[in-house]
Design a protein around this ligand. Sequence first.
Ligand SMILES: NC(=O)NCCC[C@H](N)C(=O)O
Length: 400
Amino acid sequence: MEKKVHVFSEIGKLKSVLVHRPGDEVENLTPEYLERLLFDDVPFKKVAIEEHNKFTSLIRENGAEVLYIEELVAETLDQNPKIKEAFVDQFINEASVRKDLVKPFKDFLMKMTNLDMAVKMIAGTKKLELGITNDADKYPFIADPLPNVLFQRDPFASIGNGVTMHHMWSVTRNRETIFPDLVFKNHKRFAGNVPYFYERDWKDFIEGGDILVLNSETLIIGVSQRTSMAAIEKASKQIFKEGSYNKILVLDLPKSRAFMHLDTVFTNVDYDKFIVHPLIFDSIDQFKIFELSKDGKKEIKKPLVDVLSEATGYKVQLIKCGGEDPIAAGREQWNDGTNVLTIAPGVVIAYERNWVTIDLLEKAGVKVIKTPSSELSRGRGGPRCMTMPIIREDLPKKSS
Ligand SMILES: NC(=O)NCCC[C@H](N)C(=O)O
């Protein structure tokens, strides 16, 4: 299998995955900035790093390569020293750095090694770090931290052998896509070999947590707080033209923070098994399902389970996050109970705190590898959100 992008399912054995280990950005947070920076609490960095290291060691032990976005950015700039200055200018411009601080900030970044610079761009830079102590404007940052780089699922999505590079919903998160865009266009491992099905400067918003690669023919995409129908329709034209895909199932979700992306309520964990929030299970009438194909868009008026059975060729079982207890369902969904990372058919990594859902998954025959999450869960994202698969093994063709 080639070493570029190769993802033709949500469940095929994971061979390579992109992550970011939390760093100083999670200490560059105070309560007043949380809402704007889309983080729900201030994690304890030391423990967040320990938890993340445990998570990535579980992925490695199960046979996958773990790539770090900050290292790929540094390698890209090492390989292409001539593009460093333009990249720094673009970063500064997109960080809306105050005019009089552009020059000292650029000098500060350009002096660093490429790895230190990538790490710093994510961490955010305080005025204090450039020796500015008595500025009339009391805002403490020259460039804001990017704490959600932890969630590599969202800035782009691997689809088949290509990617959608996203225009993200929020101003703060939209800055993140500068990193994977640099890497896919310039890193030796990818450059020239990864078709784009969406570009970061297209205007409609779309995020990777809403995109699920069901198999080599069908994608499932959520219309959510973060992903618009217009963006899906635009991406679909490219995907149908250049990818192997002929169908996109669109789930029109309620638009709220608790259900910000499809993967906060719905994930595929085995050939015939999906974990879902009871909202999807019980309130089938509250959201619509559409099918996009080369022939256009049509609404499908069937229960989700039937739509999934048809698309997978299996009699699908929906496993409820939190089971029948609405309190457990609400609590565990908030802590990413449905947001598990499937690393092989019927094998997932889950936050160990979601014990009710884990028990139900195990009873359904799914192997659950548990990972600690006291601090990692404070940004409202789980194992799926923290990872973007780059390579998965293909699934065997289903003999019907
Ligand atoms: N796919 C996901 O659900 N990602 C989690 C993103 C959490 C992040 N704090 C955000 O609000 O964007």
